[in-house]
Structures are given as structure tokens and as C-alpha cells.
Design a protein around this ligand. Structure first.
Ligand code: NAP
Length: 227
């Protein structure tokens, strides 16, 4: 059975990934709170990726890094600390996890790393300066590490549009906002965590053996189309 380290599997997209993995993978989840589900294949280790030392894990086939932020403010309202915090959780947390678990991944026959960006790294949107800058850093990591770790370790990212999780709850807090977000997307929908999880499972699977260094826009058309 393949082993997958999920950082941030207690909630949101990471939790959907854990749910989809546990029937046929060994899953080691690292987050500050525990996932609600329990399973014989699931080990939870409580840790704050930014402030705690990450636990030793002997061997793993994939690393999925889910923590992120949505900090939407006009540039005049964004402090340097806002930019720093977004960079820390999105980029430096991922770097810390990758550096820690690279030796464990190198023991696998088919290792892979999966990170999360956002559509806002490609699509210029007002009030997204801090998160767009941080996630562009994530995309840079995917490109650079994809090359550096080839051919052994594949590195990819999913760049979702709005996904119905706790992180996005402020954007989806009433019917009017839900309707406006649905309407803004050419496919007239936004994402649920399950469909993002399915894409994540594909990208760490052997079916994606030819894919590395890529950013997969799950955009419901918002980046791809102008209709
Ligand atoms: N939701 C969206 O609309 C959306 C859109 C574009 C991109 N994304 C990206 O997709 C990814 C997943 O988003 P999501 O909506 O699923 O987020 P979420 O609901 O906030 O879940 C984030 C997960 O990361 C964990 N986490 C956060 N900070 C942590 C820390 N310091 N140490 C350890 N674990 C930490 C959380 O668990 P604990 O709180 O238990 O630690 C949780 O399990 C993020 O990178 C986000 O930027 C999301």
C-alpha cells in the first residue's frame, strides 16, 4: 500500500483528499487539529507546520501540502506582515515540508509532490495582491523543483477557483454571494472539495507518470474563457 503524507488534511480540500485516500493508502496527516474521520490506515500527528518541528516519517510515496490563505484587501490595507504571513503559510511551509520529507520520498519507486496554487496567480483580480504574490511563489517552486528533482520525483500543483471550504466561507456566506460567484464562472459553478480531491488523487497516481512541473487550473472556465 502506498503511503501519502498530507499536510492539512483535517479540513477542506485536504480532508476530502484524506477521505478519498484512506481505503487503499496509508495516510499520515499533519495538521493542528485532527480530521473528524478515523480509519486503520490513517495516522494523525498534531503539528503547526510553521512553528513546530515536523515529525520524522521513514518513507512515503507522496507529499501533499494543503495549508493556504485567502486574505483579500486593497493594497493600501495590506501590511507588510500580511504579505509575510501569506508567504510563510503558502510558500515557506511547503518548502519546510519538502525539505523535511525529501529523503523519505526518495525511497519510493514513484514519488510525487502536490502543492496548491489559486486561479488568482494567473487571473488579475483586485484585492488579491498578497495571495497572488504568494501563490506565484508556489508556482515558481513547482517549476523549479519539478526540473531539479526530475526524473525521480514529480512535482505539480492544482490552482483551484473558489472551493466550498471553511477557508472560502467568507466568500460564500449568503445566497446572493453564492449566486454571484456561480454566475461569474463560465461553467456556472464553483468547486466542491471532493472534485478537487479526485484531481489530487489522479496527480499523485501512476496514471500521471508523465506529468511534472505543471499547474492544473481547476477554474470552471474563469481563467480559460472570456464569454
Ligand atoms: N477554498 C478555496 O476557495 C481555495 C481557492 C484557491 C486556492 N485554494 C487553496 O487550496 C488549498 C486548500 O484550501 P482549503 O480551502 O481546503 O483550506 P482550509 O479549509 O483552510 O484547510 C486548510 C488545512 O490546512 C491546515 N493548516 C492550516 N494552517 C496550518 C498550519 N500552520 N500547520 C498545519 N496545518 C495547517 C488546516 O488544519 P488545522 O486548522 O487543523 O491546522 C486545514 O486542514 C490552500 O492552499 C488554498 O490556498 C483554496
Amino acid at each position: 500500500m502506498k503511503a501519502v503524507i498530507v499536510i492539512g488534511g483535517s479540513k477542506g480540500i485536504g480532508n476530502a483528499i484524506v477521505s478519498n485516500l484512506i481505503s487503499n493508502h496509508k495516510v499520515i496527516n499533519i495538521s493542528r487539529t485532527a480530521p473528524s474521520q478515523t480509519h486503520e490506515n490513517l495516522i494523525h500527528i498534531s503539528a503547526d507546520v510553521l512553528n513546530d518541528e515536523l515529525p520524522d516519517i521513514e518513507a512515503a510515496d507522496s507529499l501533499i501540502y494543503c495549508p493556504g490563505s485567502i486574505n483579500l484587501k486593497p493594497i493600501s490595507g495590506l501590511s507588510i506582515d500580511d504579505f509575510r504571513e501569506d508567504y510563510e503559510i503558502n510558500v515557506l511551509g511547503a518548502v519546510k515540508a519538502i525539505q523535511k520529507y525529501l529523503p523519505s520520498l526518495k525511497k519510493s519507486e514513484t514519488p510525487s509532490i502536490l502543492l496548491f496554487s489559486t486561479v488568482a496567480a494567473k487571473l488579475g483580480m483586485p484585492f488579491h495582491a498578497s495571495i497572488a504574490a504568494a501563490k506565484s511563489g508556489v508556482e515558481g517552486l513547482v517549476k523549479s523543483l519539478g526540473a531539479e528533482l526530475a526524473p525521480k520525483i514529480r512535482v505539480n500543483a492544482i490552482a483551484p477557483t473558489v472551493t466550498d471550504t471553511e477557508l472560502a466561507s467568507k466568500l460564500l456566506r449568503n445566497e446572493k454571494m453564492i449566486d454571484a460567484i456561480t454566475e461569474r464562472h463560465p461553467l456556472k459553478k464553483f468547486l466542491n472539495p471532493q472534485e478537487v480531491a479526485k484531481m489530487a488523487l489522479f496527480l499523485i497516481s501512476d496514471n500521471a507518470a508523465s506529468l511534472s512541473g505543471q499547474i492544473f487550473e481547476m477554474d470552471c472556465g474563469i481563467v480559460s474563457f472570456k464569454i
